[in-house]
Design a protein around this ligand. Structure first.
Ligand code: ADP
Ligand code: MG
Length: 238
């Protein structure tokens, strides 16, 4: 499960309306990319869904249940950030186990989930290493592993590859797409990179100044951009 519905979700910081009331549905299992220029509100929107920011107005529902007032830990979503935020003194295994340990999960269940995540991410041979002994791409995979073991209804990624060099980024894009197929779980992926949006998304949401310019598949946006902003950002010239 992992259907997320935003109903007139609005966000103001003080008097500044960063997200005017916005409607959006993310279907269960969909890979949705939020794309748009820097400062258009992509991170804010993701943080509202995650519960890291409170909405100023509107409703968020996850699998049909009201989630607007739930704290992040109760939403059943997992956020993956661009910074790896791994514990340098802990092994990969302990890093991945950490959220489960904090939740007081049974040790056998922890081990089962670690083995499953490590297999999905090709980390099985690296579980006893420390983050400092891993490449950038492997560290990013550990961060994703820590999200996987929570078996979330959806993964939320905020520009997770922006700290990686160009070559590594291409490989990680493919890996995340593969992971999406394997896990069959909803993913919302924020980027300002058109190529990432075009190659990874089932559905692209083009944002501009906090509102949705257009929603569609990569092909729809490419061939039928609604206006010059979308065309300039993603599509072929109109
Ligand atoms: P993006 O991720 O698309 O680059 P953000 O969501 O980070 O954009 O920011 C959208 C707008 O909201 C920007 O103008 C930013 O300055 C503003 N903003 C974001 N967070 C805060 C905050 N905590 N307080 C005030 N303004 C904020
Ligand atoms: Mg951002």
């Amino acid at each position: 499960m992992g259907r997320i519905t935003l109903d007139k979700v609005q966000k103001k910081f003080g008097d500044v309306e960063v997200i005017p009331p916005l409607d959006l549905t993310v279907e269960d299992g969909e890979f949705v990319v939020f794309v748009g220029p820097s400062g258009c509100g992509k991170s804010t929107l993701l943080r509202l869904i995650a519960g890291l920011e409170d909405v100023t107005g509107g409703e968020i529902r996850i699998d049909g249940k009201p989630a607007t007032d739930l704290p992040p830990a109760k939403r059943g979503l997992a956020m993956v950030f661009q910074s790896y935020a791994l514990y340098p003194h802990m092994s990969v295994r302990k890093n991945i186990a950490f959220p489960m340990k904090m939740a007081g999960m049974d040790k056998a269940e922890q081990d089962r989930r670690i083995a499953k995540a490590a297999e999905a991410l090709n980390l099985t041979d690296y579980l006893d290493r420390r983050p400092g002994q891993l490449s950038g791409g492997q560290r990013q995979r550990v961060a994703i592993g820590r999200a996987i073991v929570r078996e979330p209804a959806a993964f939320l990624f905020d520009e997770p590859l922006s700290n990686l060099d160009a070559a590594l980024r291409v490989g990680m894009r493919l890996e995340i797409s593969e992971l999406h197929k394997r896990l069959d779980t909803t993913m919302i992926y924020v980027t300002h990179d058109q190529v990432e949006a075009m190659t990874m998304a089932d559905k692209i949401v083009v944002l501009r100044a906090g509102h949705i310019e257009q929603v569609g598949s990569p092909l729809e946006l490419y061939h039928a951009p609604r206006n010059t902003f979308v065309a300039g950002f993603i599509g072929s010239p109109k």
